[in-house]
Design a protein around this ligand. Structure first.
Ligand SMILES: [Zn+2]
Length: 192
């Protein structure tokens, strides 16, 4: 299992997407399929300034993946960054809220500064796979050489994995060896 999406067939080791494209990150896990309820909870975290949602959601992640987190021996938890413009609009990064509470639960340090998003990507939804990859090229950078060997990336939603790959690319160029990804949910439309 690579991206953490549920597989249609127990005999399959990779989902159709992981078969057709190689990911830059090492392994990903996700908690829920993105449905109406999950959508409401995540938008509560994202748009309504309900930071206590973050604490609850981090507990959900920890409950399901606490053992996995111990097994990967991450040095640090890094939230998938949003751009400075987005940050101004929204006042906080929902991934950072999750990472903050997960850091408290796991005793792993969180670093919200090392990885930065230099520019916003256009909406990915209507782009082809090639366009998606180009769209996300060079949107992340690190502040220098990495003091970390193994990174646990945190985000709210996993769709194609392109954002995670773009983070992993920047991190690995700076010297990180392993990048693991943990998200709250994966978009069901990409399951097929
Ligand atoms: Zn997959």
């Amino acid at each position: 299992m690579k991206c953490g999406r549920p597989l249609g067939n127990d005999d399959d080791e990779l989902c159709s997407q992981c078969i057709s494209e190689k990911h830059t990150y090492d392994e990903a896990r996700t908690l829920w399929i993105y449905d109406d309820i999950v959508r409401k909870v995540i938008s509560g975290l994202k748009y309504s300034f309900k930071k206590e949602y973050g604490e609850f959601l981090a507990q959900c992640l920890y409950g399901a993946y606490g053992e996995w987190i111990r097994e990967i021996y991450a040095d640090v938890i890094i939230p998938v960054p949003i751009s400075r413009e987005r940050m101004k609009e929204r006042a906080f990064n929902q991934a950072e809220i999750l990472a903050f509470y997960l850091s408290a639960l796991t005793d792993l340090p969180m670093d919200g500064r090392f990885l930065r998003r230099i520019k916003d990507s256009k909406a990915q939804k209507n782009l082809t796979r090639g366009e998606r990859a180009r769209n996300l090229e060079g949107i992340m950078e690190t502040s220098g050489l990495s003091p970390y060997k193994t990174v646990l990336l945190i985000d709210d939603i996993y769709t194609t994995g392109a954002t995670a790959d773009s983070c992993a690319g920047a991190l690995k160029s700076s010297g990180v060896e392993k990048v693991y990804v943990l998200t709250l949910s994966t978009a069901g439309t990409y399951l097929l």
